[in-house]
Design a binder for this molecule. Structure first.
Ligand code: URA
Length: 203
């Protein structure tokens, strides 16, 4: 979809979401089940941006409803944030995977796919107009800032993003991949601390 086609989709999240269902701007639509558009109140104060839908999200058509989404939900609750009050979306809106036996293994989207999907993210930003954007992980940060952002160095700082406040933190899938209990606990605690900061900055 070109910017002009997206502009023609109108100025409500529901009409833009409907237009995104037919997006063919990169090849990912061919193997994914459906476009997974963002969800949440049209006037949310905080927007969370993830990488791309996973296997469960692809089947259900909703962002962050699989294992990473469950961990995110738990961390948000611990940080005192009501998930229902957030707008939750992804940098890339189709699931990218390679089949392995019966399983579909997640693959990182490349820069062309991120770029192709960016007009949808821009439109969501323009319509929701959040006070704070939180990038979950490197792909979201790259999509938002247009460059690689070192998460470790940048987390905990409010960063200006074209006149809007933003924060970067890790992706919840990163926490799921950690090999031992000690690092999982340490990193989860740091993630919740980042979300507490988001609650204060986005209030
Ligand atoms: N990971 C993401 O980045 N987004 C989702 O919606 C699910 C998993």
């Amino acid at each position: 979809m070109t910017k002009a086609e997206i502009a023609a989709a109108g100025d409500s999240l529901s009409s833009v979401r409907a237009a995104a269902m037919g997006c063919r701007a990169c090849p990912l639509w061919q193997t994914a089940t459906q476009t997974v558009f963002g969800e949440g109140p049209e006037r949310a104060r905080i927007m969370l941006v993830g990488e791309q839908p996973g296997d469960v999200e692809d089947l259900k058509g909703k962002p962050f409803v699989g294992p990473a989404g469950q961990l995110l939900g738990r961390a948000l609750a611990e940080a005192g944030i009501d998930r229902e009050a957030l707008y939750v979306t992804n940098a890339v809106k189709h699931f990218k995977f390679v089949p392995r036996g019966k399983r579909r293994m997640h693959q990182k989207p490349n820069s062309l796919e991120i770029k192709a999907c960016r007009p949808w993210l821009e439109k969501e930003l323009a319509l929701v107009d959040p006070a704070l954007i939180v990038a979950l992980g490197g792909t979201a940060a790259q999509a938002l800032f247009g460059r690689a952002v070192p998460i470790g160095k940048s987390r905990g700082q409010v960063i200006d993003l074209a006149g809007r406040k933003s924060l970067v933190t890790v992706h919840p899938s990163y926490l799921l991949r950690l090999p031992d209990e000690e690092s999982r606990h340490r990193e989860y605690t740091a993630f919740v601390a980042d979300l507490r900061l988001a609650r204060r900055v986005g209030a």
